[in-house]
Design a protein around this ligand. Structure first.
Ligand SMILES: Nc1nc2c(ncn2[C@@H]2O[C@H](COP(=O)(O)OP(=O)(O)OP(=O)(O)O)[C@@H](O)[C@H]2O)c(=O)[nH]1
Ligand SMILES: [Mg+2]
Length: 378
């Protein structure tokens, strides 16, 4: 059973471009607080996995908290096949009225900062308090490093077994735009499925933090005490995205250094503009290992939610994020159509040549390419 839980069902190679993602069973039977799955229930769940599911069944299953259907709905969202994209959109349309009632927390930090351990500790605490916690990952590079998915599942072992938790690894493919869309839609499906806390983990590799910030209400930067160069080590741009800096591993010998780092960051934060209007970003310490400070971090998140909800900033950010999402997708689609256009492709080599050799100005080159795009039939 534990084997099954940790082994992603990789889509076969011959599935080609239809699927770009790995599929992992969200959770085993009985994780809804429902009676544990008997073998016949497990069999019928397996049958559901294979059988075609209609839009109605998807929507109803997700709303009823059926984890098999929830996992399949996410798989549908992660598929790049155009038929699946259409069905996924119909399902999402049905679910939309039931989305939004969660707190979406983005969590980032350099590799080894303890993100997975922190999520395990925080997630378990929240589950014990009766929250339903969905953990998602955004990692555009995970197609290369599939191993980390397995690593994460084992690091979140207790959480992955908790009846109130649902852990979904990153869709393992391609460009950030695609991964972002899939993650945002997955958030919506999880909300419709009754998850009231969404934790989105991403590795600190630059662009993906911006993507996760764009889908999170609260953004948390997990940090380590470094070798004296605390402030230089981390990119200022990333700190400016954060609603809280949390220095992890404040335990044992490291506790004093962690407290010193917190004081140092607190001073530095005075000079930065806060990520969220009216919310001063502060530094905290915690230990994912001992659990120290974890409850305090969650208090901060709840305080943030209460305060920004009262001020209207919470809802305003959600609205702005949704609109940004629309425009980002328009840009993606247009860019794709432009570069895929046969006339553009035909003209491109000579235009590039002319530009690099100084025979054409960039402006004239763009004009010629856009003319080809707009006036030549596809
Ligand atoms: N002492 C101590 N060790 C910790 C703490 N949190 C995590 N670790 C250890 O730090 C290492 C990295 O932790 P992970 O949770 O895997 O870190 P991560 O940020 O998810 O790493 P990546 O997924 O590789 O980006 C593991 O060996 C953990 O056991 C902590 O609070 N205290
Ligand atoms: Mg991790």
């Amino acid at each position: 059973m534990s084997d099954d839980r940790q082994r992603p069902e990789w889509v076969p190679q011959q599935a080609g471009a239809e699927f770009t993602t790995s599929v992992m069973k969200g959770v085993d039977g009985g994780h809804d607080g429902m009676p544990g799955a008997t073998s016949s229930e497990a069999l019928s769940a397996q049958a559901t996995r294979r059988r075609h599911i209609s839009v109605d069944e998807y929507a109803q299953g997700v709303l009823e908290g059926d984890r098999t259907i929830l996992a399949r709905a996410i798989t549908l969202i992660e598929s790049n096949a155009s038929a699946h994209i259409d069905t996924a959109q119909e399902v999402l349309q049905r679910l939309l009225p039931h989305t939004g009632a969660s707190i979406r927390v983005g969590i980032t930090g350099v590799p080894g900062a303890g993100k997975s351990s922190f999520i395990e500790a925080l997630g378990l605490m929240l589950c014990e308090r009766g929250h339903r916690v969905a953990v998602l990952a955004v990692d555009p590079s995970s197609s290369v490093t599939r191993g980390s998915i397995l690593g994460d599942k084992t690091r979140m072992e207790q959480l992955s077994r908790h009846p109130n938790a649902f852990i979904r690894p990153s869709p393992s493919a391609g460009n950030l735009g695609g991964v972002t869309r899939k993650s945002r839609e997955t958030i919506l499906v999880c909300e419709a499925g009754g998850f009231d806390v969404i934790l989105v983990e991403t590795v600190g590799v630059g662009q993906s933090e911006v993507a996760v910030r764009s889908m999170a209400d609260f953004f948390l930067l997990l940090m380590l005490t470094g070798a004296g160069d605390e402030l230089q080590g981390i990119k200022k741009g990333v700190i400016e995205l954060a609603d809280a800096l949390v220095i992890n591993k404040a335990d044992g010998d490291n506790k004093l250094r962690a407290n010193a780092a917190r004081a140092e960051y607190t001073r530095a934060l005075h000079y930065l503009s806060p990520a969220t209007e009216g919310w001063p970003t502060r530094a905290y310490t915690c230990s994912a290992l001992t659990g120290d400070g974890i409850a305090n971090v969650w208090e901060v998140v709840e305080h943030f939610r209460a305060q920004t909800t009262a001020s209207g900033v919470f809802a305003a950010r959600r609205r702005a994020q949704t609109l940004e999402w629309v425009f980002a997708m328009i840009e993606d689609h247009l860019r794709q159509r432009f570069f895929d256009h046969p006339a553009v492709q035909a003209l491109m080599p000579q235009i590039k040549q002319a530009v690099v050799e100084g025979e054409t100005t960039p402006t004239a080159a763009v004009k010629a390419l856009l003319h080809a795009f707009e006036h030549k039939p596809t």
